[in-house]
Design a protein around this ligand. Structure first.
Ligand code: FES
Length: 364
C-alpha cells in the first residue's frame, strides 16, 4: 500500500524508513525528510542539493504514505509520479512505516547497476579547454554503469572537500577497463573542489567514489535524436552516443552544443569521431553565445535556445536529450515542450556546489 499526497499533515510521530537493498533501517523524526533520515541513519543515498534542485535523490516509494513539500515536476514526470517516483529530499512521512527503492538497487538491480562506495585515485588530468579538463580516475573495484549516469566524488582528508560532487561519466562503459572512469570537470572559480583540482598536479590523489547514480540514460524509441548540451552537459550526451555506436544505433542525430566562445568548445575530436562512426545521419551544430565581434567564426551565434526556437517544429518527431546548467535546461524545455511529447523529452540538470548552496539556503 503506498500513497503520495501534496498537502495535509505528516504523522507528527517518529517513523521508520526502509531503503531496499540496504540492511539498515533509519528512524524518521517528525517533520524530517526521507533523505535527511537516510543520511542521519548512515544509509547510502545519492543526493546533492537537498533542495529539490538536482534530482539526484529520485527514488521510488514502495510502501507507506508520504507528503511532498514542493512541486517536483521538473524532475519527476507525471507518469513517473504515478509509478511512485519522488524526490527523497522533498518527501515527508505521513505513515509511520515507509519503504523506498533507489534506482539501481533492490528490485531495479536487473536493469541498473547497483551503486558502490569505494576508494579511488586521480589517474590523469588532461586539459580539454581553458576551463574544462578530463579527469581520469582509477577505481579499486570494478564499476558498472549505464551511459548517462553520474558518480559522486569526494576528497578524503582535505578540509572543505568532504561534500560529494556529482559528475557524469564522460564515456560509455568500457567492459575492458571496468576499474577506470572518465569525467569532464569545468572550473568553477571559487569552487573548492575545482580550485583544488585545477590548482596543482593531483595525479595519485586519493578520492572517494560513490556510484553509479541517477536515472538519465537513452530510452529506446523509434525516433531521431535531438541532443542538446551546454558546457560539460556534453559529457553524458557523449557517453550515450558512444554507447549508441556500440549498440549499432542507426537513428539520425542532431547534436547542438552551446558554449560561450570558440575556445570553450571542447571534445571536438571526440565529436568528430562519433560523427564518423555513427550509422545514421549525424549533424553537429555548435552555437556560441559570447564569441567576440570580428572573430573568424562563421558558425551559429546566440544562445542554444535561440537556435532551438527556429528549428523545434522541424524536430517534433525527435526524442530530445538536454543536459546542462539549470537555466539552459529550463529555457530549452520551454521551447521543446510545445513540439515534442513529454515522454520523449529527457533532461539532466547540472549544478555546481555554488548553485546547490544557493538553492539549499533559499529553501531552508
Ligand atoms: Fe534531492 Fe537534489 S538532493 S533534488
Amino acid at each position: 500500500m503506498k500513497a503520495i499526497s501534496f498537502g495535509g499533515r505528516t504523522s507528527g510521530r517518529a517513523g521508520t524508513l526502509h531503503v531496499l537493498g540496504s540492511d539498515r533501517a533509519a528512524r524518521i523524526e517528525a517533520g524530517e525528510t526521507l533523505l535527511s533520515a537516510a543520511v542521519r541513519g548512515n544509509i547510502s543515498f545519492p543526493h546533492m542539493c537537498n533542495a529539490g534542485e538536482c534530482g539526484t535523490c529520485k527514488c521510488r516509494l514502495i510502501r507507506g504514505h508520504i507528503r511532498l513539500k514542493s512541486d517536483i515536476s521538473r524532475h519527476v514526470a507525471p507518469e513517473e509520479l504515478s509509478a511512485g517516483f519522488v524526490l527523497a529530499c522533498q518527501s515527508l512521512a505521513v505513515s509511520e512505516d515507509v519503504a523506498v527503492e533507489v534506482p539501481g538497487t533492490g528490485r531495479g538491480r536487473s536493469t541498473r547497476p547497483a551503486p558502490v562506495q569505494i576508494d579511488a585515485s586521480v589517474a590523469r588530468v588532461t586539459p580539454l579547454s581553458p576551463s574544462v579538463l578530463a579527469l581520469e580516475v582509477d577505481l579499486t573495484a570494478e564499476v558498472d554503469y549505464v551511459a548517462g549516469q553520474v558518480a559522486q566524488l569526494t576528497v578524503p582528508g582535505v578540509p572543505g572537500l568532504d561534500k560529494p560532487r556529482c559528475y557524469s561519466f564522460a564515456e560509455a562503459p568500457d567492459r575492458a577497463s571496468p576499474r577506470r572512469a572518465l569525467f569532464h570537470v569545468r572550473h568553477v572559480p571559487g569552487g573548492a573542489f575545482t580550485d583544488w583540482l585545477f590548482g596543482a598536479d593531483r595525479t595519485g590523489a586519493r578520492l572517494c567514489f560513490s556510484g553509479p547514480h541517477g536515472t538519465f540514460r537513452y530510452h529506446e524509441a523509434d525516433r531521431p535524436l535531438l541532443c542538446v548540451a551546454g558546457g560539460t552537459g556534453l559529457s553524458p550526451i557523449k557517453a550515450i552516443l558512444e554507447q549508441g555506436i556500440s549498440d549499432g544505433l542507426a537513428r539520425d542525430v542532431t547534436l547542438v552544443v552551446g558554449a560561450r566562445t570558440r575556445q570553450d568548445l571542447y571534445a571536438l575530436d571526440a565529436i568528430a569521431s562519433i560523427k564518423k562512426r555513427w550509422r545514421g545521419r549525424f549533424v553537429f551544430v555548435p552555437v556560441l553565445s559570447q564569441e567576440p565581434e570580428g572573430s573568424s567564426w562563421t558558425g551559429r551565434k546566440g544562445h542554444v535556445t535561440d537556435y532551438l526556437r527556429g528549428v523545434a517544429a522541424g524536430h517534433a518527431d525527435c526524442a530530445a536529450y538536454v543536459c546542462g546548467p539549470p537555466g539552459m535546461i529550463d529555457a530549452a524545455l520551454d521551447v521543446l515542450r510545445g513540439e515534442i511529447p513529454p515522454k520523449h523529452l529527457h533532461h539532466d540538470r547540472f549544478l555546481d556546489r555554488g548553485s546547490v548552496a544557493g538553492a539549499a539556503s533559499a529553501v531552508a
